[in-house]
Design a protein around this ligand. Structure first.
Ligand code: G3H
Ligand code: 13P
Ligand code: ZN
Length: 333
C-alpha cells in the first residue's frame, strides 16, 4: 500500500471547492508517455495551475502501472524544480470499470479514481459506485462517478448514442453513493469526431462544420438539484482546426473532425463544472508536429527531433487551455 500523500500528490476535494467558488475549472489531461507528462507539468508550473494527471486503463497497460506511478511522483519533484513551490497535482484513474481496478489504483498511490458504471442499470451503477467510494474514502482518495451515457467509443467505454443525465436522478445518486464528483452527459463525447456532419451546420463563409450547442438547460437543472456539487465534463476536446489542417497537409486523413467550441467550455468552466477532460487535443497536437517533421525532414531518425517539437506544441496547447479556456491559472501559487 502506497499513500498518495507520501508521493506529494493531492486529492480533488479542495481543488474542486476552490474552483466552484472561483468560477474556473481544473484541467484533467490524460498522459501515456514522458513527453506528454513533461508538457503538462511545464504548462501547469509556469501558469501555477492546479492539475489532474489522468491515467486510463489503456494508459496503464501501455506504460506499465509501476512506471506511471513513479512518473507521477517524479512530476511533483520536476514541478518543484521548475520553481512551483507548492504543486497541486492529482493522479487520477480515468474511466475505471471495476472495483478491482479502482482498488488497485488506490493501493498504488492514486489520489483520485473514477468508477464509470454509467453503462450499467441505475441500481447497479449505484451499488458499484458506493462500493468504490467506501473503499477509497478510507484512504482519503476522492471518487468521480458518472450518470448518463456519452456518445462515441473510447477506452472500452462505449455507447452508440448519448443519453443525457436525468436531473431528477442526481440527488438520489449522489446521496446514496457518496461520490465526490459527478460526470454528466450534456452532449460531449470522446474522440475527434464528436458530431456527424448531419448533426452540424456549415459556416457559409468557411465551409467548416459548426456543431450544435451543449445542453446547458440540462446542466442548469442538475446544478439546481445539487447546488455547489462538483460536476465533471468528459469529451471536452475542441479539436483545433489548425492541428487537423496540419495533419491533413502532411499526409494524414482526418476529414470532418469536429470538437466542442471553446466558448462553450468557457461558459461551462464558470459554472459548477470544475473538471474538464482533455485528451484528443493533445493527441492531435503530438501527431501534427510529428507529421510536419517527417514530411519536411524525411532523413530524420532521432526521436528527440520529432518528439521534442511535439512536446513543445502540446505545452503550448495546455497553456492555452489553462489560461484562455478553463481560467485555472494562478490558482495554485
Ligand atoms: O476517455 C478516454 C481517454 O481519452 C483515454 O483513452 O483509453 O485510449 O487511453 P485511451
Ligand atoms: P476527449 O476525447 O474529448 O479529449 O475527452 C477525453 C476524456 O474525456 C477522457 O476521459
Ligand atoms: Zn472520458
Amino acid at each position: 500500500m502506497v499513500s498518495y500523500k507520501e508521493l506529494g500528490l493531492v486529492n480533488t476535494r479542495e481543488m474542486f471547492a476552490k474552483a466552484i467558488k472561483g468560477g474556473y475549472a481544473i484541467p484533467a489531461f490524460n498522459f501515456n508517455n514522458m513527453e506528454q507528462l513533461q508538457a503538462i507539468i511545464k504548462a501547469s508550473a509556469e501558469t501555477k495551475s492546479p492539475v489532474i494527471l489522468q491515467v486510463s486503463k489503456g494508459a496503464r497497460n501501455y506504460a506499465n502501472q509501476t512506471l506511471l506511478r513513479y512518473m507521477a511522483q517524479g512530476a511533483v519533484e520536476y514541478a518543484k524544480e521548475l520553481g512551483w513551490e507548492h504543486p497541486q497535482i492529482c493522479l487520477h484513474l480515468d474511466h475505471g470499470d471495476s472495483f478491482e481496478l479502482c482498488k488497485s489504483c488506490v493501493d498504488f498511490g492514486f489520489s483520485s479514481v473514477m468508477i464509470d458504471a454509467s453503462s450499467l442499470p441505475y441500481e447497479e451503477n449505484i451499488a458499484l459506485t458506493k462500493k468504490v467510494v467506501e473503499y477509497a474514502h478510507q484512504y482519503d482518495v476522492t471518487v468521480e462517478a458518472e450518470l448518463g451515457v456519452l456518445a462515441g467509443v473510447e477506452d472500452e467505454v462505449s455507447s452508440a448514442v448519448s443519453h443525457y443525465t436525468k436531473p431528477e436522478e442526481v440527488v438520489d445518486f449522489a446521496t446514496r453513493t457518496g461520490c465526490d464528483s459527478l460526470a454528466i452527459s450534456i452532449g460531449t463525447s470522446h474522440g475527434a469526431y464528436k458530431f456527424t456532419p448531419e448533426q452540424c451546420t456549415r459556416d457559409p463563409k468557411t465551409g467548416k462544420l459548426v456543431p450544435p450547442p451543449l445542453a446547458f438547460d440540462v446542466l442548469d437543472a442538475i446544478m439546481e438539484q445539487l447546488p455547489g456539487f462538483p460536476i465533471v465534463l468528459h469529451g471536452s476536446s475542441s479539436v483545433p482546426q489548425e492541428y487537423v489542417d496540419m495533419i491533413n497537409q502532411y499526409g494524414g486523413k482526418l476529414p470532418d473532425a469536429v470538437g466542442i467550441p471553446e466558448e462553450q467550455l468557457r461558459k461551462a468552466a464558470k459554472s459548477a463544472v470544475c473538471k474538464i477532460n482533455i485528451d484528443s487535443d493533445s493527441r492531435l497536437a503530438f501527431t501534427a508536429a510529428v507529421r510536419k517533421v517527417f514530411a519536411e525532414k524525411p532523413g530524420e531518425f532521432d526521436p528527440r527531433k520529432y518528439c521534442g517539437p511535439a512536446r513543445d506544441l502540446m505545452e503550448e496547447l495546455y497553456k492555452h487551455k489553462i489560461i484562455n479556456v478553463l481560467g485555472s491559472n494562478g490558482h495554485a501559487e
